[in-house]
Design a protein around this ligand. Structure first.
Ligand code: QV4
Ligand code: CA
Length: 493
């Protein structure tokens, strides 16, 4: 389950958080395909509770009502069109699968018109009834919700923030969930992010996955299992470990982004210690992790996954993204966010519930693209920042090469090559790098893909001359907006 099934020569996915299917389809064709992205993690696809207080928060999509494909991102036909257009453009679709639970303990209507009563575990749109949720027989907290993350039984059998917890031990529930996932597999998705995996017994996940179809052979070849990323927030302090889930796919490596925030944002650690980043820092094997700087939860203080670097610190975000994408460890995901007006009171953002940019009728706004490649209406589109997409291409070019020529020129001045194909130099603090460095690359003139691009045989940014001994001169002001230089053989004059 750990192979993302990227089309050849691609290696980075992007989470287009809350985007509509019609916009993702267009983005695959006009940008993600041409720029070398492997795929897109999309927001939950199945019918969810309509939450009106507060008004249509993003998190309503984590409260399933049925497995009909009907959300603010679009309907089933639009989803099918997106999947086939993206696959045609060489871009994979990964669905955020919310299968641990249904809605909170209240009743109402879903985005597809189905009714529900979460307190009683009644979801006629599936249908699920009272026997299909965990309860007093296996959850022993007074209110049926999770309070103690130190007790694995409670974490798996009780309600996560009051959400009706599905009885995944039952064959009927497993069949329904597998049926939902198989419908998506048959449509042509390449895999799933499995929400709240920590809250499901590993054996129950096996029980569901053993029912899954292989991926479509016309797109992926025969005998291919879906790519799986399981959301397990394991910062080291709880009995439930990421390692319990390696048998059923990769896990979300929350430590990765928080550690890089320590170095590049908080400066509580030094970049020179990144020489053995990855397994050497006690993180899981490169084949077991999905790495990212921030996700939709911790970028707004949800979920306890630490304090990351986000688009609100653009300089640090670009530095850390360049490091992540240049570094061989793990499989990377770029976050693509929307803006909202933060309002901190006593350290808590009162607006961290706010949903995506929307029209007067609360429908999600289209993503409109400006002439300079940026996006409109509050869509941040980090994946369209030059420093990000040029490093996606860097990663594709250096794939399969080892990290070599590690050099620390100061506590926070680092440089390394990827074999003989790519090289990066980073100033992670306000200091000034002014050094001759061994790049490990063949001699020639290379375009720095951070300050510009390689276009029509020319560099639109800095040019770096590598001499016959592989050395080049680097003059990087740590106070500048982009204190990084990255070069690779795919952008050589
Ligand atoms: C409220 C009270 C509860 C009460 C309940 C009664 O707070 O104490 O028991 O009512 O019904 C929303 C509200 C939350 C509300 C709940 C149920 O924020 O206040 O409970 O709905 O009505 C997202 C949000 C949650 C949101 C949830 C469902 O983050 O705030 O809850 O969606 O809409 C842990 C987990 C990890 C999880 C992380 C957030 O180990 O798995 O917390 N991360 C994933 C997703 C995340 C999502 C969920 C799991 C749930 O990434 O986005 O939660 O699907 O770390
Ligand atoms: Ca559970």
């Amino acid at each position: 389950y750990s192979d993302p099934h990227c089309a050849a020569g691609r290696d980075t996915i992007v989470h287009l958080f809350e985007w509509k299917w019609t916009d993702i389809k267009a983005e695959c064709e006009r940008f993600l395909g041409p720029m070398g992205y492997c795929g897109v993690q999309v927001s939950p696809v199945n019918e969810n509770a309509v939450v009106t207080n507060p008004s249509r928060p993003w998190y309503e999509r984590y409260q399933p009502v049925s497995y009909n494909l009907n959300t603010r991102s679009g309907n089933e036909q639009q989803f099918r069109d997106m999947v086939s257009a993206c696959n045609k453009a060489g871009v994979r679709i990964y669905v955020d699968a919310v299968i641990n639970h249904m809605t909170g303990s209240y009743s109402g209507q879903g985005t597809g018109g189905s009714s529900f009563d979460g307190g009683a575990c009644r979801f006629p749109g599936v249908p699920f009834g009272p026997n299909d949720c965990n309860g007093g027989d296996n959850c022993h907290t007074s209110d049926g919700s999770i309070h103690n993350y130190g007790n694995p039984e409670e974490v798996r059998n009780c309600r996560l923030v009051g959400l009706a917890d599905l009885r995944l031990g039952s064959d009927y529930v497993r069949d329904k969930i597998a049926g939902f996932m198989n419908n998506l597999i048959d449509i042509g998705v390449a895999g799933f992010r499995v929400d709240a995996a920590k809250h499901m017994w590993p054996g129950d996940i096996v029980g569901v996955f053993s029912r899954l179809h292989n991926l479509r052979s016309d797109t992926f070849g025969s005998g291919k299992k879906p790519f799986i990323v399981q959301e397990v927030i394991d910062m080291g302090g709880e009995p439930i470990k990421m390692s319990e889930y390696f048998g059923t796919g990769r896990v979300t490596n929350f430590i990765f982004g928080v550690k890089l925030a320590d170095v590049f944002l908080r400066h509580s650690n030094q970049a020179k210690w990144l020489s053995n980043f990855g397994e050497g820092w006690g993180m899981p094997s490169t084949y077991d992790v999905l790495n990212f700087l921030s996700n939709h939860d911790n970028q707004r203080g949800h979920g306890g996954g630490g304090a990351p670097i986000t688009f609100r610190e653009p300089k640090e975000m670009k530095i850390a993204t360049a490091f992540m994408l240049a570094h061989p460890y793990g499989f990377p995901r770029v976050m693509s966010s929307y803006d909202w007006p933060v309002n901190y009171q006593n350290g808590n953002d009162q607006n961290n519930w706010m949903g995506p940019p929307h029209n007067g009728d609360m429908s999600t706004k289209d993503v409109r693209i400006n002439a300079d490649n940026t996006c409109n209406d509050g869509w941040i589109c980090e994946h369209r920042w030059r420093q990000v997409y040029n490093m996606v291409a860097f990663r594709n070019v250096v794939a399969g090469t080892p990290l070599q020529n590690w050099q620390a020129l100061g506590d926070n001045q680092i440089a390394f090559s990827r074999g003989t194909k790519g090289f990066i130099a980073i100033v992670g603090d306000g200091s000034h790098m002014n050094s001759d460095i061994n790049t490990g690359l063949p001699s020639g003139d290379y375009c720095d893909v951070i300050s510009g691009s390689y276009e029509n045989g020319e560099c639109t940014g800095k040019t770096v001359h590598v001499d016959g001994s592989g050395h080049a001169h680097f003059n990087i002001n740590g106070q500048s907006d982009d204190p990084v230089v990255a070069i690779h053989i795919g952008a050589k004059k």
